[in-house]
Structures are given as structure tokens and as C-alpha cells.
Design a protein around this ligand. Structure first.
Ligand SMILES: [Zn+2]
Length: 166
């Protein structure tokens, strides 16, 4: 399927009919056919990406063990309804009305958590110490020095982890 574009849809953020959505179909072996949707509003700059399967596979929780450096290069497909958690570090990415789906690597997921932790501004001294500890943990994890579990909990069962180049 060639990428398809739909223009003039209603923007959920500003209400203008200036939302442009591009749909790209990706065939991912071991995972199935996924549709990547990228929406952008030319009026307010709102963007939304999602990974969609046409069929609902039902609620699924996947636990992926990152126990070696090469696992950092595995691909993570996350739909916008998927909760992502790393229990060893107390990190969690919860789905919400404005949450985005994405396809990235395990290292890319760590980058997203790092960005989220860095953008938080704890008020207490204890909160700042905790933040610093988590940032150091993420750095070690990105160097392959921490073993951890990537938990993907998806009510639509669409999200998953696949080997690179599969
Ligand atoms: Zn808008």
C-alpha cells in the first residue's frame, strides 16, 4: 500500500479543519501488518502518531527481558493505548488521550524516559536526589550495564518487541 494522506479533518486540539493525516502500512514479520498514522495540524502544530492494527487482538501483557547489550537494538512497536513500564527503575509511560504510538528501539524507549525525567522539576531535595538516581540508572542501562524488564501492557494487544532486521 502506498502512503495515503487525508486532509481537512477536524483537529482535536484547536477544532480547525486543518488536520492532515498520513497513513503508512508497514509489514513487520513476527508482528504482522501495522499501520502507522501520523497526523499534523497546520493551524496549531498539534501532532499525533499511532500504530494501529485493523484487528483487535485482545488484552495482552508482554514482558521482554533486556539481559544483554544487543537487546537494546530490538524494535519496540508501541500503540497509543499501550502502557510501558520498567519495574526495576520505577519508570512508567501511561497511555492518555494525547499519548502517541511509536516504533523505536529499546534504547529509544530509554531516551524517551530520560527526556520525561529530565523535563520534570521536583520541588523537594529528596525528589531531586531521586531524579538524579533515575537518570544515572538510565545512563547505565543505555551502556548495557543494567538488566531490566520492558513491560508492554496493551488492551488492543498490538504492541510488541521484534529483533532488528527481522
Ligand atoms: Zn489544531
Amino acid at each position: 500500500m502506498e502512503p495515503q494522506t487525508v486532509e481537512g479533518a477536524l483537529c482535536p486540539a484547536c477544532g480547525s479543519k486543518t488536520l492532515k493525516t498520513t497513513v503508512v502500512e508497514k509489514d513487520l514479520p513476527h508482528f504482522g501488518r501495522a499501520v502507522m498514522m501520523v497526523s499534523k495540524c497546520s493551524s496549531c502544530g498539534y501532532t499525533h502518531t499511532d500504530v494501529v492494527e485493523l484487528e483487535d487482538r485482545g488484552h495482552k501483557t508482554l514482558k521482554f527481558s533486556v539481559d544483554s547489550r544487543d537487546k537494546l537494538n530490538y524494535l519496540v512497536v508501541r500503540s497509543s493505548t499501550c502502557r510501558v513500564e520498567i519495574p526495576e527503575a520505577g519508570l512508567e509511560l501511561s497511555p492518555g488521550p494525547f499519548s502517541n504510538g511509536f516504533i523505536t528501539t529499546v534504547e529509544g524507549v530509554l531516551d524517551r524516559f530520560e527526556t520525561a525525567v529530565l523535563s520534570a522539576d521536583p520541588e523537594s531535595e529528596e525528589g531531586r536526589r531521586r531524579r538524579e538516581k533515575i537518570i544515572q540508572w538510565i545512563k547505565r542501562a543505555k551502556d548495557g550495564k543494567e538488566r531490566f524488564t520492558l513491560v508492554l501492557e496493551d488492551p488492543r494487544g498490538v504492541s510488541g518487541v521484534i529483533p532488528p532486521g527481522a
